[in-house]
Design a protein around this ligand. Structure first.
Ligand SMILES: *Cc1c(COP(=O)(O)O)cnc(C)c1O
Length: 404
C-alpha cells in the first residue's frame, strides 16, 4: 500500500530533523497552495480551487449580520444550536425523505472536513481499512493517516461514454476482514461523477454483507445536473443503510460560503455520539453567529435550490464548450463545481507538468487530477477545471486557452 502519491505533495520534507510525525510526512504543501500562489504571481485566471466568486443568498448573509449584532458570539452548544439542528433535519426530510431526530441524530461541525475527520478518528482503530474511490478529496487520505488507519482506494476511470466508472470486482476485492468503513463522495469531486442507483446498490450490498459503516460526503447534494444519469440518491436511503451510515454535508458549497465552515453529520444516535466524542476535542464548537444564518438558508424555498443548480449547470455548459473549442477532450460532468479534461489531444502526457506551465503559457490555472489518485498513472492525463466562477471569468479563461 503506497503511503502517498508523491505528486500530490510538492515540497515534502523527510529528513530526520523534521519534527513532523511519520504518518503525516507524505503530506506536503497541497497542490492548491502551489497553484493558487502561481495564479497570484502570474495574474492567471484561477480555475484551480473550487470556491465561488459571488456571495450566497442575501437572506442568509443578513441573518449572519443580525446574529453578530444581536450577541450570538459565545460558545454555542456542543452539538450545534437547536435551530440549526432542526433545520438540518427538516431539510433532509424535505429533499430526501430521510428522518433524523435533531436532538441526538444531528451534529453541527466545522465544515464537512471536520465531520469526516472526526468520523474516521472516532470509528477506526489503527490498522482498520477505509475504502474510498480515487481520485478522492484531499483531506480523506490525511484523516485516514492521522487515525493510523489504511486507505483502500478503488479507481474511477474514464468510460467509453465519456463519464467515469469503476470495476465492480475491484470494489468487491477491496473489502476484507479489516474493512471498517466506506467513505463515499457523490456527487464526486474531482470527476463530476454522480453514482448511479445500480452502483449505490452494489456499494450498499457490500456494506451490509461485510457489516461495515458508510460515511457519505454529500456536500454537492444540490448540484446534480438535469442531464445526469440519475438523481442524487443518499446512500442512507437504501435498504439497511440508514442504521450504518453517517451522512455528511455542509453549507459551503450549497450556499456559496466556503469560508464559513458550517457542516453537519446525521446518522443513528450511536454513530453521531461517537463522532461528537472526538469532535468536542478538535474544535469543540464553531461559527456561533453563522449557525442561525445557515438555518435560514436551509429553509429557503425550493426555487433557491433550483436556481442555484440551473446557474451552475449553465456555467458547466459554458466552460465545457469552451474547453472543447480550445482542443481538450472534455469528460462529462454530471454534478459538483468541476469538469475534467484530457490533455492528450493538446500534446500533453503529464497533468502536473501541464498545469505547472499553463499559467506562463496562457494565464490560466487548473489542477492536475493525478494528485487525487494513489495510482497516479490512472489520472496522469486528466486536469480539473472549476466552473463555479462568474460567466465573464469563464469566458476570459477560455479566450486565453484558445489563444495559446
Ligand atoms: C469542499 C469539499 C469538502 C469540504 O467542505 P467544508 O464544509 O468546507 O469542510 C468536503 N468534501 C468535498 C468533496 C468537497 O468538495
Amino acid at each position: 500500500m503506497p503511503l502517498g502519491n508523491a505528486a500530490r505533495l510538492t515540497d515534502v520534507t523527510t529528513t530526520d530533523a523534521d519534527p513532523l510525525v511519520h504518518r503525516m510526512r507524505p503530506f506536503g504543501t497541497t497542490i492548491f497552495a502551489e497553484m493558487s500562489a502561481l495564479a497570484t504571481r502570474t495574474g492567471a485566471v484561477n480555475l484551480g480551487q473550487g470556491f465561488p466568486d459571488t456571495d450566497g443568498p442575501a437572506e442568509m448573509l443578513a441573518a449572519a449580520a443580525a446574529a453578530l449584532a444581536d450577541g450570538h458570539n459565545q460558545y454555542p452548544p456542543g452539538p450545534g444550536i437547536p435551530a440549526l439542528r432542526s433545520a438540518v433535519a427538516d431539510h433532509q426530510r424535505r429533499f430526501w425523505g430521510l428522518d433524523y431526530e435533531p436532538d441526538g441524530e444531528v451534529l453541527i461541525t466545522a465544515g464537512a472536513t471536520e465531520a469526516i475527520a472526526a468520523a474516521i478518528l472516532a470509528l477506526c482503530e489503527p490498522g482498520d481499512e477505509v475504502i474510498c474511490f480515487e481520485p478522492y478529496y484531499d483531506s480523506y487520505a490525511a484523516s485516514v493517516a492521522l487515525a493510523g488507519a489504511v486507505r483502500r482506494p478503488v479507481t474511477l476511470r474514464p468510460t467509453d461514454d465519456g463519464g467515469f466508472g469503476f470495476d465492480p470486482d475491484e470494489l468487491r476485492a477491496a473489502f476484507g476482514p479489516r474493512t471498517r468503513l466506506v467513505l463515499l463522495n457523490s456527487p464526486h469531486n474531482p470527476t463530476g461523477k454522480v453514482f448511479t442507483a445500480g452502483e449505490l446498490a452494489l456499494i450498499a450490498g457490500l456494506c451490509r454483507e461485510h457489516d461495515v459503516y458508510a460515511v457519505t460526503d454529500e456536500v454537492y447534494e444540490h448540484l446534480v445536473f438535469t442531464d445526469a444519469s440519475g438523481p442524487h440518491i443518499p446512500l442512507a436511503t437504501l435498504p439497511g443503510m440508514r442504521e450504518r451510515t453517517l451522512r455528511v454535508s455542509s453549507a459551503g458549497k450549497t450556499f456559496s460560503c466556503t469560508g464559513w465552515k458550517i457542516g453537519w453529520a446525521s446518522g443513528p444516535r450511536a454513530l453521531v455520539s461517537a463522532v461528537l466524542r472526538v469532535k468536542q476535542f478538535l474544535t469543540f464548537v464553531n461559527g456561533a453567529p453563522l449557525q442561525p444564518a445557515v438555518a435560514v438558508a436551509l429553509a429557503l424555498p425550493d426555487s433557491y435550490f433550483e436556481e442555484f443548480r440551473a446557474g451552475l449547470q449553465a456555467r458547466r455548459d459554458r466552460l465545457t464548450a469552451g474547453l472543447a473549442d480550445a482542443g481538450f477532450a472534455v469528460l462529462r460532468s454530471e454534478g459538483t463545481y468541476f469538469v475534467t479534461a484530457d490533455i492528450t489531444a493538446l500534446g500533453g502526457d503529464d497533468g502536473v507538468e501541464f498545469c505547472r506551465s499553463l499559467p506562463a503559457r496562457c494565464g490560466v490555472v487548473a489542477v492536475p487530477t493525478q494528485v487525487f489518485y494513489d495510482d497516479a498513472d490512472a489520472g496522469r492525463r486528466l486536469v480539473r477545471f472549476a466552473f463555479c466562477k462568474r460567466p465573464e471569468v469563464l469566458d476570459e479563461a477560455v479566450r486565453r486557452l484558445r489563444a495559446s
